[in-house]
Design a protein around this ligand. Structure first.
Ligand SMILES: *[C@@H]1O[C@H](CO)[C@@H](O)[C@H](O)[C@H]1NC(C)=O
Ligand SMILES: *[C@@H]1O[C@H](CO)[C@@H](O)[C@H](O)[C@H]1NC(C)=O
Length: 189
């Protein structure tokens, strides 16, 4: 893919459909992946927070489940950023990859990055927002997700081996942190 933008959908920890497990073997990607861990944190549980965990689906495959709540409507001045790092030494050291999404207003992030990369595959495993045009408000509520997988559909055909660390942070009244470690290996034919 000749694209250099920050929107490459690398290892967006999210979500897909029941067909993904079976679909993996038919995809064009030369690589496959395994989620190794997820965690999240909040700086103030009375404002927002949640929980994330992996569920084993057999043969070393895991899906993600958990919940995310907001006790306030998400204010427009909250900002968010997405950073993606790769380690080629088993997780000892990480380098920032060029696919990150720079810090910007959270609704801008929702209307671009989330909408393009995450929303379609989140549809079948969560009640995360689904919208057609623009999302103007995330009202106070609780989201849950259940056995979500990462859809690799829009991803680069080639990704080097390594452990990829995906970090999502928000800043402002709501300060959340989400991290997932994903191991990428080349398919063996
Ligand atoms: C979600 O499920 C519907 C109905 O089963 C299906 O048509 C759709 O393709 C699925 N979407 C994804 C992203 O898997
Ligand atoms: C958490 O947020 C609540 C509501 O805004 C506030 O009253 C409280 O002081 C905050 N706690 C901390 C530790 O910042």
């Amino acid at each position: 893919m000749g694209r250099k933008s920050g929107m490459l959908p690398i290892l967006i920890l999210v979500m897909c459909c029941d067909s993904i497990m079976g679909g993996l073997s038919r995809s064009k990607q030369t690589w496959t992946y395994r989620i190794r861990s997820t965690r999240m944190a909040t700086n103030n549980e009375s404002v927002a927070g949640g929980e994330t965990h992996l569920e084993r689906e057999g043969r070393g495959d895991y899906t993600m489940s958990g919940y995310l709540y907001f006790n306030v409507d998400v204010p427009k001045d909250v900002e968010a950023e997405v950073n993606i790092y790769r380690s080629n030494d088993g997780g000892a050291t990480y380098k920032l990859e060029p696919y990150s999404v720079p810090r910007s207003g959270v609704y801008q992030t929702m209307n671009t990055f989330y909408k393009d990369m995450i929303m379609p595959s989140a549809a079948n495993c969560s009640n995360f927002p689904q919208f057609e045009d623009k999302l103007e408000l995330v009202a106070a509520q609780k989201f849950t997700y259940n056995k979500c997988l990462l859809s690799t559909d829009g991803f680069p055909t080639y990704l080097p081996d390594g452990i990829y660390k995906f970090e999502l942070k928000s800043f402002g009244l709501i300060e959340l942190f989400f991290e997932a470690l994903v191991e990428v290996t080349q398919k063996t034919f």
